[in-house]
Design a protein around this ligand. Structure first.
Ligand code: SAH
Ligand code: TRP
Length: 325
């Protein structure tokens, strides 16, 4: 279709990075795996189900803020193209595209996601929904492939929603924000969604839903490793654990081995031992305050233009631009 172009930056090397990440993560004293491997097609579908769960407030809270302020954000940014990192099924993105269409500025949407299927499917759906819209989909890793983003056609809004920024470790997060700052030309803006610190019960419930979807999503990483690396993980032998670490202000998500076990990973010639109760960390999800967001943006050379939140101050949406040099 002429209105869609796709660029797959993962061609050829996706399997290699999984193998490297798994070797690196499972041979550490404190085992961990990078969260991007949670999102194969099944993982992406499970994540979409998480977004609908009664306990998972971030999606609906961010959506409500966007419903209220999208027109204002678009007016403030003057954007004609929307670049979205970790775009997923692009559900909330429609609110921004609607506001751009209403302002008469909408030209192009550039989603970047590791999951090929979500990029393809959202691109196809969006060109049907927005006549005249062009979509350039980039299948890739936002930690490695930002250089593959196409040159801007006009003022750009770079959106990073869903609190996904909270999934970086703090040092990576700083580096990532500096890279983003370097991508923003004069007139471009960053729209950043951050989940905010709140009471422990609300935070922990969001990652421990009663339907068990989050647990299934978390265990999906083991299925991905079994399939891609021929590993022998028994996903049912691991419990899902998600706890708010108050000192670090993040939710720590892991898989805890119910009993001692050995896991074979023939594709990387590795056997890994788990002790009973040993945890494998799959994700952190940092929670922010407005002050922290502003400080981290400033440290990266970004300045906060507008801060939007909901009545309970559960989620924050920041509009930022590169600080004057
Ligand atoms: N933006 C959506 C989805 C958030 S979930 C929302 O707000 O609801 C995080 C998304 O980022 C998933 O679609 C996942 O596939 C993608 N993702 C995770 N790590 C990534 C990485 N390193 N590079 C590119 N995309 C990544
Ligand atoms: N970006 C989401 C978040 O931090 C990702 C997420 C939600 C997640 N629930 C999860 C990751 C459960 C791993 C396990 O809120």
């Amino acid at each position: 279709m002429a209105d869609i172009s796709l660029d797959n930056a993962l061609d050829g090397d996706a399997g290699r990075t999984l193998a490297e990440d798994v070797r690196d993560g499972l041979t550490r004293a404190h085992k961990e795996l990078p969260p991007k491997h949670l999102y194969d097609s099944r993982g992406a579908a499970l994540f979409d189900q998480i977004c609908e769960l009664p306990e998972y407030y971030p999606t609906r809270t961010e959506r409500a803020i966007l419903e209220r302020v999208a027109a204002e954000l678009i007016a403030a940014s003057g954007a004609s193209e929307l670049v979205e990192l970790g775009s997923g099924s692009a559900a909330k993105t429609r609110l921004l595209l609607d506001a751009m269409a209403a302002a008469g500025t909408l030209e192009r949407y550039v989603p970047l996601d590791v999951t090929e299927r979500v990029v393809r499917e959202s691109a196809a759906a969006l060109i049907r929904e927005y006549p005249g819209l062009r979509v350039h989909g980039l299948i890739g890793d936002f930690e490695r492939h930002l250089g593959r983003l196409p040159p801007a056609h006009g003022p750009r809004l770079l959106a990073f929603l869903g609190g996904t920024i909270g999934n970086f470790a703090p040092t990576q997060r700083g580096r990532f924000l500096r890279t983003i700052a370097g991508l923003l030309a004069a007139g471009d803006h960053l729209l950043l969604g951050t989940d905010l610190v709140k009471d422990r019960a609300t935070l922990e419930a969001a990652y421990n839903d009663s339907a068990g979807i989050t647990a299934e999503f978390n265990r999906n990483i083991l299925r991905v490793i079994n399939r891609e690396l021929g590993a022998s993980f028994d996903p049912t032998a691991f419990d899902h654990v998600a706890v708010f670490d108050e000192r670090n202000e993040w939710i720590e998500i892991s898989l805890r081995a119910r009993e001692a076990q050995e896991v074979a990973l023939p594709a990387i010639a590795l056997t890994v031992h788990f002790a009973a109760g040993e945890e494998l960390r799959t994700q952190i999800s940092a929670k922010f305050t407005r002050e922290r967001v502003a400080a981290e943006l400033a440290a990266a050379g970004l300045e906060l233009v507008a801060w939007h939140t909901d009545a309970r101050a559960w989620f924050g949406l920041s509009l930022a631009r590169a600080a004057a040099a």
